[in-house]
Design a protein. Structure first.
Length: 260
């Protein structure tokens, strides 16, 4: 059974107005269910708690950025998990929540506990849904973003593939807004592609292509294939694994043998 980590960014899960895109989330759940039917073990790293929480409450007094993050994510994580629980239940799939902190990957005992938790979930066919513990992870305790978290999770669980779903088709050889720019199909982890990286970030998430590129090259060097694709494309997860030759995405693979 092949093991894959799927990371879904906030910009995939939300509409342009910042509300949760229930149609898109439902479609992604359907595709993950299909992957499991094809004998893939799936770990889902999902953003979106903050976006969920913002729609639930109108605050009476101004909050600073840390207070906003803690409040919205604390409330939104409940709503997000309830949504996943309901949608996956339609496929008879059990889910479990795994909230992590950066130090969980830095201290051996916590690292082993986290790994053991997800391994026992997978052994019992429970789908782990992983997110940062946003209520306590602030400033230096934070991951750079969930791209970093997904990469660490993929390495810890020896995943064959990490799929990072964003609102862009992959890494372009120019500005994505330029119609002449094309998606780079394959990147070897030892290649320097930094000149192609756009530094802009999405409005919904903390990460950008620079973060995705860093995670992708790091994880690919460790032996895990990484794919960056557009999570808003219909059937994208199914197509990546069913018809990769005709599906648009960027694939990062380990160092090519003819380079040193």
């Amino acid at each position: 059974m092949k093991r894959i980590v799927v990371k879904v960014g906030s910009n995939v899960l939300t509409t342009e107005e910042g509300r949760m895109d229930l149609t898109r989330i439902s479609a992604l759940v359907d595709q993950i269910a299909w992957l499991r039917q094809q004998n893939y073990e799936v770990i889902l790293v999902s953003s979106g708690a903050g976006a969920c929480g913002r729609t639930l409450i109108q605050v009476k007094n101004p909050l600073d950025s840390v207070e906003q993050r803690q409040l919205y994510c604390a409330m939104g994580q409940v709503k997000l998990m309830n949504l996943y629980f309901t949608l996956f239940r339609e496929h008879n799939i059990h889910v479990g929540q795994v909230l992590t902190m950066k130090e969980d990957f830095e201290r051996d005992e916590q690292y082993q506990n986290l790994k053991q938790c997800m391994e026992v979930m997978l052994e019992n066919e429970v789908l782990p849904i992983v997110n940062e513990n946003d209520t306590v992870c602030v400033t230096e305790l934070m991951f750079t973003d969930n791209d970093e978290l997904s990469g660490l999770t993929a390495h810890m669980l020896n995943a064959e593939t990490l799929v990072i779903l964003s609102n862009i088709d992959g890494l372009y050889d120019g500005n994505p807004a330029n119609p002449k720019s094309k998606v780079i199909r394959t990147v070897h982890a030892n290649e320097d592609m930094s000149s192609y990286i756009q530094t802009a970030k999405s409005s919904a998430g903390r990460g950008g292509m620079q973060s995705k590129y860093h995670t992708a090259t790091t994880v690919a060097q460790q032996g895990t294939r990484v794919i960056i694709a557009n999570g808003k494309t219909e059937h994208i997860l199914c197509d990546i694994f069913q018809s990769p030759d005709t599906t648009t995405f960027t694939e990062f693979i380990q160092t090519s043998p003819d380079k040193h």
